[in-house]
Design a protein around this ligand. Structure first.
Ligand SMILES: C[S@@+](CC[C@H](N)C(=O)[O-])C[C@H]1O[C@@H](n2cnc3c(N)ncnc32)[C@H](O)[C@@H]1O
Length: 352
């Protein structure tokens, strides 16, 4: 068993080697971690090929036709099984070896750098902190709340962020447990009255947070100091998390994001796009819905087209600011094969 000091040193080394790597290549393994690695290493460019060209090619290739068949009765497992699958995933991959900082993120979402002092960000499904760390690094004035449905990965996130030597990180990083698609976000983020109307922080509204909830002690400390909810956040980042949620629960999951945002706040979105290479690797038996798949470990993956995202966010009340496919050609370092990756980029605003 490694001591905490050794573990922290491992994490530091890992962070350092991540910072040194600047490559647009990826391994051909289909594992989630390698996908994350490939995406994290992508330098900022998004138009290597036209999505319409890829679409035409896939739809005219008989070997891909099973991906396009209608799926009338989506198989669904209980939401507890969904989060259990992620908890098991993180337990199996607890080394943290695959931590990859998403360096491109601040270029895609410069608002995270330019926002005012004390701006609040909620990172949903934070994993090991790949998205949290560049935000904290890129803006010293920002406070990041980050949730995940796995306590184990929250511990890893704390280690990664803690090993980064960022100034006053304890005050600026607040991880907490939450299965947001099942229970919604805790009321200490935005209480019922703030959810319905948040012009400015209203003082004197008491949170109904249950202290028996599995919230992080930092958060409870924060609450005790203010005796009130936070009054919502300025940004919600959802980076490769919505695709992990059952498609049936997506509309309510996005509505939750809407409720915890302040008026004028932004939902910053990135996720798998329709006909991404990783979608085409799923076998027919792994389909659990239209454009929805389940890996052998029980974790889900959905592949979005622009219309689907547009409908879900509009249904929740958001105004669309940006929405497009990022189409990136990655080249396998070992065999030189190219892989066409498709990701969705979206920026949506809660009306003022
Ligand atoms: C593919 S990872 C993305 C991690 C991170 N956002 C990033 O940029 O690397 C998806 C994460 O969402 C978490 N997750 C999945 N379903 C969730 C849910 N219902 N509530 C909270 N977290 C969830 C998983 O545990 C996992 O850590």
């Amino acid at each position: 068993m490694k001591s905490f000091r050794q573990r922290k040193e491992d994490v530091k080394q890992n962070n350092l080697s991540n910072q040194k790597q600047m490559s647009t290549t990826a391994s051909s393994s289909s594992s989630l971690e390698t996908e994350a690695e490939a995406e994290a290493e992508t330098v900022y460019h998004s138009k290597d090929f036209k999505w319409e060209t890829l679409k035409e090619e896939i739809e005219n290739n008989p070997s891909y036709h099973y991906h396009l068949q209608p799926f009338h009765s989506p198989q669904h497992q209980h939401h507890q099984q969904d989060s259990k699958a992620w908890q098991n995933f993180h337990t199996r991959h607890s080394s943290g070896k695959f931590f990859k900082e998403r360096r491109y993120l601040l270029k895609e979402f410069p608002e995270l750098v330019n926002c005012g002092e004390g701006s609040k960000v909620l990172e949903v499904g934070c994993g090991n902190g790949s998205t949290v760390l560049p935000i904290l690094r890129g803006n010293r004035n920002v406070i990041v709340y980050a949730c995940d449905c796995s306590c184990e990965i929250l511990e890893r996130a704390k280690e990664f962020v803690g090993a980064s030597d960022l100034a006053s990180v304890q005050q600026r990083f607040h991880p907490f447990y939450c299965d947001f698609s099942a229970t919604g976000f805790p009321k200490w983020l935005a209480c019922d009255s703030c959810r319905s109307f948040v012009p400015q922080k209203q003082h004197g509204c008491f949170s109904d947070v249950d202290e028996n909830d599995r919230t992080h002690s930092n958060d409870l400390d924060l609450l005790k100091k203010s005796d009130c909810c936070l009054g919502g956040v300025d940004f919600v980042t959802m980076i490769f998390t919505l695709s992990a949620v059952s498609s049936r629960r997506m509309p309510s999951a996005i509505s939750e994001c809407f409720f915890v945002l302040k008026p004028g706040g932004l939902l910053l979105f990135r996720d798998y796009g329709l006909y991404d290479m990783s979608m085409l690797r799923f076998e027919p038996g792994q389909r659990v819905g239209s454009r929805e798949y389940m890996r052998s470990d029980g974790t889900r993956s959905y592949f979005f087209c622009l219309e689907t995202v547009r409908n879900i966010v509009a249904g929740a009340g958001f105004v669309e600011l940006e929405l497009y496919y990022c189409c990136i050609n990655l080249v396998n370092r070992r065999n030189g094969k190219s892989m066409r990756r498709v990701w969705i980029h979206g920026k949506f605003q809660k009306p003022i």
